[in-house]
Design a protein around this ligand. Sequence first.
Ligand SMILES: Nc1ncnc2c1ncn2[C@@H]1O[C@H](COP(=O)(O)OP(=O)(O)O)[C@@H](O)[C@H]1O
Ligand SMILES: [Mg+2]
Length: 268
Amino acid sequence: MGLEDSKLSAVAYTWNLLTTFSYTLWHPENGLPGGVSVYHPLMIEVRNLSKVYETPGESVKVLDGLDLTVGAGEVVALVGPSGCGKTTLLNLLGAMDRPGGGSILINGRDITGFTPEEAARFRNRSLGFIFQQHHLLPQLSVLENVLVPRLAGDWEEPAEETDKRARELLDRVGLGHRIAHLPWQLSGGEKLRTAVARALVNRPSLVLADEPTGLLDQASSDKVADLLLQLNREEGVTVMVVTHNIQLARRIGRTFALARGKLEEVPE
Ligand SMILES: Nc1ncnc2c1ncn2[C@@H]1O[C@H](COP(=O)(O)OP(=O)(O)O)[C@@H](O)[C@H]1O
Ligand SMILES: [Mg+2]
């Protein structure tokens, strides 16, 4: 696919900054690589989670005794007004930040005690993250963007297989004819679908999506929701989607509302 060397090192650097996928380490606890690969019936078990941001002169309590249980293979939605802590929760579930207290078990393993190396390995192996602003790298084509996670660390799959997987994913998200485009040549919906393909290239067991449809019109939002549901059915991946759109949330699955630092399931 022809990533030139200079471009490649710039890309690896940017991607590491973006997700801090910077180190990898054999995880000694259970003799498995740091990825969470053993099947567990519960994908997410959060108990009594708290998070306080300390800023000069003020401390902001965002999460306060939050509990959450999500089964493996479920799709759930998270709603709540701007500023209520949705991104904070997603970052904690993705081992991108540390809680003030409480426990987070992903696939049966407590991720809150991870060293930075273990957290990086967990993200690289087990997690797909769809960022609110997509974070596509502007100098790379659609296909190269989907392959970026491979550059971040010790990717074990042979290059040809990952290439094949990336192309298949792009076909499935309807971008098979756009693989050589650069991000600025894509519509908002196409950028997002590229980010969805990138989040799945490592065959994650959990996908976290932070307001993926926030910038899209209704028709494009519906298409993205359909796509995530289809990927869930076909790959068995557990998906958690943050959205402002309650109709969309209900289509997606079990819906939780975040308010005053806690989650409540929204009745159907
Ligand atoms: N790094 C930070 N330092 C201080 N306050 C923060 C930080 N990140 C988020 N906050 C505050 O925490 C609250 C929740 O933020 P966030 O999780 O981004 O909300 P949401 O995603 O629901 O809009 C907001 O009031 C925000 O200003
Ligand atoms: Mg947010």
